[in-house]
Design a protein around this ligand. Structure first.
Ligand code: SAH
Ligand code: SF4
Length: 405
């Protein structure tokens, strides 16, 4: 078992911010042998074990990542003999599957997607506008939709306003489980890569930068094998400074969003205890290292909690702070999405508008994010696993009992 500690990225925090929790990587995954999630070099090595020329890797990779074939037996461009031998050796495709769907009145869909060890993870599909029709109203089945992807089961960061935090951290997702959420949802909606516009936001359950390697492996698979442009991806972090610094060095990477959520360390510490480890100034210094591409902007998210961080003085303070960042940026204002037993209030609509206006007055472009799927707990910060399924009786189910739907 690997324990997160403060010497690496994986700092895991509970209420006081000091306790360390185990961060489990997927247990027993090496015995399961899923192919989905492996990059081409790894697939080539497997083929070579079976004395098959590495040049066939393209066929296998296309079957998995482009054609979304779920059963090895259906990969008919490989010989039957090879398919049988792979299966006998325990290999299978292992694309995660959607086990439950919740549909919102606004068209948003929230899925529970099962992983190999019987855990479930949440993924959200947000169709844009007229849901499946072209923007001009013609019925072409054209999509411009967004998939919100999880990076961990639960989260260790313990932001006080976030429902996912209540789960604690259960385990890291593998690269296959992260990229697999995307493919499972693309397949459900018969999305055509190259024709339909798909945006990915890594803003589901978990802190992507506390599962850095698997998250970035998944990004590379999605870009190089599945075929989604990195410019259509955004990752949000609560501010894991070493992760931001590593991210700044990546040749292929999504756009970056930072969950700022407060205009000073005092307020931020109350609502995001991780501030005690890396304060706002550390974050600002780290994001300045990220080389931006042409027209790229940093995003700062700001969850508005009524009476806590939504005063006009906070908008002034945030404006001042963000001007000092000295990089192209914008603010996304998110009205707090309520959850059961949480001691916060939504700010009144006029306050949200005033806050936005004040930021703009201070020279900061600010947008109010439309809440999606609130009625099905699919909106930001509402993702919390609601059902545990057990698909593999050989593996343990982690002790988690949902306390509300
Ligand atoms: N862990 C990452 C990404 C997932 S959370 C992060 O914290 O950035 C995605 C966004 O949802 C973050 O900006 C977070 O501040 C916001 N969020 C969390 N709980 C929320 C809630 N109840 N209402 C509105 N936004 C929330
Ligand atoms: Fe984790 Fe993000 Fe929720 Fe904070 S807001 S607890 S980092 S998922």
């Amino acid at each position: 078992m690997r324990y997160a500690d403060t010497t690496e990225i994986g700092v895991a925090m509970t209420s006081g911010g000091e306790n360390l929790l185990p961060i489990l990587d997927a247990p027993g995954i090496e015995r399961m042998r899923p192919l989905f999630g492996l990059h081409n070099q790894q697939l080539s090595e497997i083929l070579q074990e079976f004395s098959v020329s590495a040049y066939r890797v393209g066929q296998l990779s296309r079957a998995i990542y482009r054609n979304w074939i779920e059963d090895l037996a259906d990969v008919t461009n490989l010989s039957k003999d090879l398919r049988d031998r792979l299966t006998q050796a325990g290999y299978h495709i292992g694309l995660p599957s959607i086990v439950e769907t919740y549909k919102s009145v606004d068209g948003t869909e929230r899925y529970l997607i099962s992983t190999y060890d019987g855990q479930t993870v949440e993924t959200v599909w947000m169709p844009e506008g007229d849901d499946g029709e072209a923007g001009d109203g013609s019925e072409t089945g054209y999509h411009d939709s967004t998939i919100c992807v999880s990076s961990q089961i639960g989260c260790a960061v313990n932001c006080q306003f976030c429902l996912t935090a209540k789960l604690g951290i259960i385990r890291n997702l593998t690269a296959g489980e992260i990229a697999g959420q995307v493919v499972a949802v693309l397949k459900r909606h018969a999305v055509q890569i190259g024709r339909d516009r798909i945006n990915l936001v890594f803003m589901g359950m978990g802190e992507p930068f506390l599962n850095y390697d698997a998250f970035m492996d998944a990004v590379r698979l999605l870009v190089h094998e599945v075929g989604i442009a990195e410019s259509r991806m955004t990752v949000s972090t609560s501010g894991i400074m070493p992760g931001i610094l590593r991210f700044a060095q990546e040749p292929v990477r999504p756009k970056l969003a930072i969950s700022l959520n407060a205009s000073n360390d005092k307020v931020r510490e109350q609502i995001m205890p991780i501030t005690r480890k890396w304060d706002i100034q550390h974050l600002v210094n780290a994001v300045r290292q990220v080389p931006l591409r042409s027209k790229e902007k940093l995003t700062f998210e700001y969850v508005l909690l009524g009476g806590v961080n939504d005063q006009l003085s906070h908008a002034d303070e945030a404006g001042k702070l963000l001007r000092r960042v000295g990089r192209p940026l914008k603010v996304n204002l998110i009205v707090w999405n309520p959850g059961p037993h949480m001691p916060y209030d939504m700010p009144p609509p006029h306050r949200v508008m005033e806050f936005q206006a004040r930021l703009k007055h201070n020279g900061i472009p600010a947008f109010i994010r439309r809440p999606r799927g609130r009625d099905i707990y699919a909106a930001c910060g509402q993702l919390k696993r609601t059902v545990a399924v057990r698909t593999n009786p050989l593996l343990p189910v982690f002790p988690f009992l949902p306390d509300e739907p």
